[in-house]
Design a protein around this ligand. Structure first.
Ligand code: FAD
Length: 281
């Protein structure tokens, strides 16, 4: 992990014009910190196909920060994926976050032709050669549907061997899980950068719901403290900022190759951590 550190911010495409304007305002604010790239999520099954495409093109061309679309394979046909890859390539996009995705409940079982992210990575390489820098997802606390941790590690290695250039982790609140994951995949011969995904803490009930669904563990001492604050949003944010800043310090001191912030389209929570860490502007 000797390469220069990289910093990035993630957005989700919004449904309303007002939400989209807010996203762009947030992106402009974050752009002044010179991140390496922005990324924009994709609704598995294609539910945000046009919105992700348009958002990425605006981030790249108007906000002028390299933008990486997320692309997921469940529920999308190879033709759908090929068409998006062609459009991204033509627009000068150089990075893609390649995922399996989770179909929203109610959309039934996966109907795409590619079942797992390693197959999507292979497909992108077949279609576009080395044009794209491919990011994949990593799960230091194990993907919630994996049979066990070892199986999940093997599946991660499969994605790297299929041609992924680097990885972004699911968020976590325990730096040891990250270091252990990285050590294990390195022992398995994979040395692509694995960048920690950082979730600022701003709202306890939403965080608890989301963490249950994606398999991120909120340590007891953090959960209890957040619960104790009740509706005291200011204290939740102050405590959250302190906890996440400390974890980021540990991660960077321990050799993490950068940080990827899940912004939820808000600038301030990520920037507070950025400034506590005295990251370069
Ligand atoms: P995979 O790597 O395919 O793994 C999925 C599960 O299958 C794991 O349990 C794994 O162990 C197992 N597995 C993998 N390969 C095989 C194989 N060949 N055979 C058998 N089992 C296998 N979701 C979205 O819908 N849109 C987004 O934009 C989005 N962005 C994300 C960004 C990041 C950084 C992260 C960490 C997650 C994101 N997600 C997104 C969520 C992600 O789609 C889900 O976590 C999904 O359930 C798994 O996606 P994956 O790419 O990790 O899948």
């Amino acid at each position: 992990m000797s390469q220069e550190r990289r910093y990035s911010f993630e957005f989700f495409p919004t449904k309303t014009d007002a939400g989209h304007e807010k996203l762009l305002a947030t992106a402009r604010q974050l752009a002044s910190y010179n991140p390496d790239f922005f990324s924009c999520t994709y609704g598995a099954g294609g539910s945000t196909r046009d919105r992700t495409l348009n958002t990425v093109l605006q981030l790249e061309n108007e906000v002028k920060v390299p933008a990486a679309p997320h692309l997921s394979c469940v529920g999308d046909s190879k033709d759908d994926l090929r068409s998006l890859l062609t459009q991204y390539k033509a627009a000068g996009i150089q990075r893609i976050v390649a995922l399996r995705g989770d179909l929203p409940s109610g959309m039934g079982m996966a109907s795409g032709e590619l079942r797992y992210a390693n197959e999507l990575v292979e497909f992108i390489r077949q279609e576009s050669g080395e044009h794209f820098h491919i990011e994949v997802a990593a799960y230091p606390e194990m993907h919630p549907q994996a049979r066990n941790f070892e199986d999940d590690l093997n599946n991660f290695v499969r994605k790297a061997k299929a041609g992924a250039n680097s990885a972004i982790t699911q968020y976590f609140f325990n730096a040891d899980s990250y270091f252990y994951f990285v050590e294990r995949v390195q022992q398995m011969g994979v040395d692509i950068p694995v960048v920690p995904g950082i979730m600022p803490i701003t709202n306890y009930s939403k965080l608890a719901r989301f963490s249950d669904a994606c398999g991120a563990e909120i340590p007891r001492w953090i959960r209890k403290q957040l619960e104790a604050y009740g509706d005291d949003v200011k204290s939740i944010q102050q405590f959250g900022e302190e906890v996440i800043t400390r974890m980021c310090e540990q991660l960077l001191q321990g050799g993490a190759p950068g940080l990827h912030f899940y912004t939820l389209n808000q600038a301030e929570p990520s920037l507070a951590i950025w400034s506590n860490l005295k990251l370069p502007r």
